[in-house]
Write a protein that binds this ligand. Structure first.
Ligand code: SAH
Ligand code: SF4
Length: 362
């Protein structure tokens, strides 16, 4: 294609922060400031992504948007709806990479579970994403897009977002933090900071950065074991960041933000479901006042779900503990006065539960 030689950068619209929009609109395009607010209003408020539909903008400004920016929307490859109303979406990015997102819709409480990476490099033994390998970090725009497209499909706002889809958000902290700034900004999506939860396998420097982050979001730590020997078996990341360092970072977060930390504990039969481990966990996290989500292991099986399969069938050889074992672990938590809930996963019939997101990495 021939050009006149004048090169312009094509701005990735969904990756732009509010400040970047303002700079672009005012300094580069010589338009009044309120035009940036109008553009953000269309994208984040009305989910209008095509500038032809941004009817209150001048023709000149719409032309600038057309020639100098692009809203890169992932393509929806698949959408599945579970019997309990949970929806799972498979998206394809421009380079062919695929990620999944989950929408949990309750009466007046909706949560978007979004991905931060294509796959995950951390290879936790119980996790479908981790077993599938790693592609790349998602851009801020690709993270934000998952949320906006689900809101668009739902036809109303989603109140909560959790970074519990594919990937380790704190290995992609620059883009994850930027996506949070975008979703939180009052002129953009205006989603409350406390409605955002970042779940991490324990990336210590990332937890410290999150503690210092200007948007006070919630932290969820995937602990799964209270001692290094056991944790390293389940989560190779523990070889890099030991429990002592992790707990220190959690204490720092607590001190800085005052926010209660959630601890995720996936119960796997015979591996980490001994009630004695609950006592060890209590000692480890002493004084932190955490809230524990006990998640009975979801069998990981990338084949389409088969209702005739026994509930413990699993490709990885790991099993979900019996109800009696789950109860025994929970009563230890009760004895220790640790607040907890057992997370009965939603959307298991469409493999939309924690750790079952596998996508397809290209
Ligand atoms: N990488 C981040 C966030 C994504 S994983 C993290 O590890 O925290 C989101 C949650 O799903 C984590 O708590 C993870 O431990 C849990 N999970 C992974 N595989 C699971 C499985 N098979 N059954 C139940 N929970 C699982
Ligand atoms: Fe990665 Fe989280 Fe899965 Fe571990 S549990 S492999 S950190 S996505």
């Amino acid at each position: 294609m021939e050009t006149d030689g004048a090169e312009t950068t094509l701005h990735d619209a969904l990756s732009l922060s509010y400040e970047e929009w303002r700079k672009l609109v005012v300094e580069d395009w010589k338009e009044p400031r309120f035009r940036a607010d109008q553009i953000c209003g269309w994208i984040y408020g009305k989910k209008v992504f095509d500038c032809h539909g941004m009817t209150n903008l001048s023709k000149t400004l719409r032309d600038k948007l057309i020639y100098e920016s692009r809203v890169k929307l992932p393509i929806q490859i698949k959408a599945l709806k579970s019997k309990d109303g949970t929806r799972k979406y498979l998206w394809q990015m421009e380079d062919g990479s695929r990620v999944e997102s989950v929408l949990l819709d309750h009466a007046n409480h909706t949560t978007a579970c979004i991905s931060s990476q294509v796959g995950c490099p951390l290879a936790c033994v119980f996790c479908a994403t981790g077993q599938g390998g790693y592609g790349r970090n998602l851009t801020a725009g690709e993270i934000v897009a998952q949320f906006l497209l689900m809101e668009q499909r739902l036809g109303r706002n989603i109140n909560n977002v959790v970074f519990m889809g594919m990937g380790e958000p704190l290995l992609n902290d620059a883009n994850v933090f930027k996506s949070i700034r975008i979703l939180n900004h009052p002129k953009m999506r205006d989603l409350g900071a406390r409605h955002v939860t970042v779940s991490t396998s324990g990336i210590v420097p990332g937890i410290r950065d999150l503690a210092d982050f200007e948007v006070p979001v919630r932290l969820s730590v995937s602990l799964h074991a209270p001692n290094d020997a056991l944790r390293s078996k389940l989560m190779p990341v523990n070889n890099q960041y030991s429990l002592v360092a992790l707990v220190e970072a959690m204490r720092y977060y607590k001190k800085r933000t005052g926010e209660r930390i959630t601890v995720e504990y996936v119960l796997v039969e015979g591996l980490n479901d001994d009630p004695q481990l609950a006592f060890e966990m209590a000692a480890l996290l002493d004084g932190l006042g955490v809230y524990v989500n006990v998640i009975p292991y979801n069998p990981v099986n990338n084949a389409p779900s088969n209702n005739n399969a026994p509930p413990n069938a699993s490709g990885s050889g790991l099993r979900r503990p019996s109800e009696a074992r789950i109860k025994a672990f929970c009563s230890a938590l009760t004895d220790l006065s640790i607040e907890f809930e057992v997370r009965r996963e939603k959307g298991t019939d469409i493999m939309a539960a924690c750790g079952q997101l596998a996508g397809q990495i290209i």
